[in-house]
Ligand binder design. Structure first.
Ligand code: ADP
Ligand code: MG
Length: 344
């Protein structure tokens, strides 16, 4: 389920909008005005894809073209899932994990570009973002409450280092410089999928839309003159919002320790891993990042979760056009510099 409770909130707004539109239309019909071409309509779809809920919503004047656009976005999400899922034997990601420890594996330009983007974020965050976290991360099963034992963890941590992923752009291949490396794009692939979906909508002339993949969303335009509202969930009160964000033309991602976790001896084991230890990062409870595109906000929300409040805000304050809201281990809110300037 989404950490940012977008679908629940926006469904409420959507209903009122549709009612209003129907009221206008019935008046319109009385005067024989073609409502659809004049007013348009909200279209939406939600599907379970990429292990999360994908929600697409936009304003369109032509129902047939709108249905076509919805289907195109959903198809795109399935395509990316098939390419990048660590759970599908047939995915390109699985092919890398099977073969790149032994030698170069050929991959598509799209996956290669996302691997390069991941490396860029790793360099930017001093390795807090590291897709080779999965060398240790693969030994956890949050649903079953399974974690690696000490010996397993010590060995696995040796295989965590983003520099082990060697990309040959000319040859279109990737190889691992350590035989035990395992990669997972769970910290960036949903953001990439959201950006791809938004590109598809834009190419169809749609300029008021929202796509959410779990906690990664991107909005284009406004909601017929009003901002969209995205909520940041209270990490310890399910269904309660800690912050409501009125947004336009923004990507927003939240990473939280309440999504996938289990507790053992009072310790919370969750799905965001500190690459230096192979264990869950525990300084903060949630991180929300705002920025121009979802690939980056997705990767940075995971990164800042690992970095914690001080190092995280220092990083975000050094980046143009990127903002952060962090909820720390005591439930206190911390804002990046630019947000503080607009906060009361
Ligand atoms: P989700 O939307 O899946 O909850 P997040 O953006 O919060 O994702 O990132 C968590 C996911 O990122 C994990 O499920 C895992 O796949 C991946 N991940 C965990 N730790 C790291 C890390 N240090 N660097 C890169 N990716 C990570
Ligand atoms: Mg993320």
């Amino acid at each position: 389920m989404p950490r940012v409770n977008i679908s629940v909130k926006l469904d409420g707004v959507l209903e009122t909008d549709v009612k209003r539109w129907r009221a206008i239309c019935s008046i319109g019909l009385a005067f024989a005005i073609p409502c659809e071409s004049l007013y348009g309509e909200w279209f939406s779809d939600s599907q379970p894809i990429m292990g999360t809920n994908i929600h697409v919503e936009f304003w369109h004047e032509d129902p047939a073209a709108a249905r076509d656009a919805l289907a195109a976005v959903i198809d795109e999400m399935h395509r990316i899932d098939e390419l990048m899922s660590p759970f599908r034997e047939s995915s390109e990601l699985s092919a890398i994990n099977r073969g790149a420890g032994a030698g170069p594996v050929a991959v598509s330009a799209e996956l290669l570009a996302l691997l390069e983007r991941s490396a860029e974020v790793s360099r930017m965050t001093d390795g807090a973002f590291d897709i080779t976290y999965a060398s240790a991360g693969r030994f956890y099963d949050y649903r079953k409450g399974v974690r690696p034992d000490e010996a397993q963890l010590t060995a696995a941590v040796q295989a965590i280092d983003y520099r082990y992923v060697q990309i040959d752009r000319e040859a279109g291949t990737v190889r691992f410089a350590h035989p035990e490396v395992y990669v997972d794009l769970g910290g960036i692939a949903k953001g990439h999928a959201v950006d791809r979906g938004i590109e598809l909508l834009r190419a169809r002339g749609i300029d008021q839309a929202m796509i959410a993949a779990g906690g990664d969303s991107r909005i284009i335009g406004d909601r017929r003159g009003q901002p969209w509202t995205v909520g940041v969930q209270d990490p310890r009160k399910s269904g309660t919002m800690a912050v409501l964000l009125p947004l336009e033309d923004t990507a927003v991602s939240t990473s939280g320790d309440y999504e996938r976790f289990f507790e053992r001896d009072g310790v919370r084991y969750h799905h965001i891993i500190d690459p230096s230890t192979g264990d869950s990062a525990r300084e903060v409870r949630s991180v929300t990042i705002l920025g121009p595109e979802a690939t980056l906000t997705d990767a940075l929300s995971t990164s800042v979760f690992v970095l914690g409040v001080r190092a995280g805000l220092t990083l975000i304050d050094s980046l143009d056009g990127i903002d952060a809201i962090i909820i720390d281990g005591d439930g206190r809110l911390h804002y990046s510099r630019d947000l503080l300037q607009v906060e009361p």
